[in-house]
Design a protein around this ligand. Sequence first.
Ligand code: F6P
Length: 347
Amino acid sequence: MAAQKGMTIGILTGGGDCPGLNPVIRAVVRKAEKEGIKVLGIRNGWKGMIENDTFELNLDSVSGILPKGGTILGTSRTNPYKKEGAVDKVRENYKKMGLYALVATGGEDTLGVASKLVKDGVGNFVGVPKTIDNDLACTDYTFGFDTAVNIAMECIDRLHTTAESHHRILVAEVMGRHAGWIAVEAGIAGGADYILMPEEATDLDEVCESIKHRHARGKTFSIIVVAEGAQLKNQDITKDKSLDEFGHVKLGGIGDYVAKEIEKRTGFETRVSVFGHIQRGGSPTAFDRILGTRFGVKAVELIMQKKFGRMVALSGNAIIDVPLEDAVKALKTVDKEWFDLARVFFG
Ligand code: F6P
């Protein structure tokens, strides 16, 4: 592998933050330093490319960041393709920054932009997949997901003791707009009595029947996990129809609605707990630190091999690379096998 000493590469983090971003940044800088490559940190995702907002990253700036959640680069949900003249600004600033290549770290939105910029000949981009939602295609897991699942599982464990003491139904609302990965994995790990997912519309009467069945066998409490994007049969409860720059509606409210309906239809006292951004904050698990580290090192290797327009990915236990455009074509949603597994424990 021919090292290109003296060249400068950039790195940005876009979209929702997630535990494991700092390990990626650290790994990129550490690997680059070994190869004699300079690294520029781009602030706040694509916004920093539009505004030429950068700072130099070196061994000192990444020292101690491995266990830290969030991203030292900052992030935003800025889409240059939705702002007049912004793509030209990215092209201009890419040149001004003297970049040989840029590591774009993000989910389907951030990497979707990187993929378009490659096609539009703006520069040399490689992608690193990140999202607590685990819904990015072409990779078995994204970092951030394992931390989110563990946090949600711990919260569900805590709900159990209070639900049991008060003989209540507790509805736990977890993140996951279009994919129910957090709901299904945290639900199975936490022993949920029902899980409502975005992938398949749920009939609330069936949920209530299942709860009644459980209570008929002597149980006096239940835990119901609801993904924030869960679909209900014959119901659309999205409160706020306004869209962000990537066309996402603001979710929120499904847990509350489900809790009220369960109480009304079963007569059992019900409460809701919305886990929200707690799932995205704080220190990454060992799994996410290691995955982020492996992804960061591989991203620099891809650049050195001139493999642009590629995304690093996890396949089994191997770090591979895949075409960026394939990864952003369609979301990876939860398949039937997971639903079937979860259902064994309902009722
Ligand atoms: O994409 C990650 C995610 O955490 C989703 O699970 C969630 O729907 C969304 O971000 C929340 O976004 P924001 O932080 O902008 O409210």
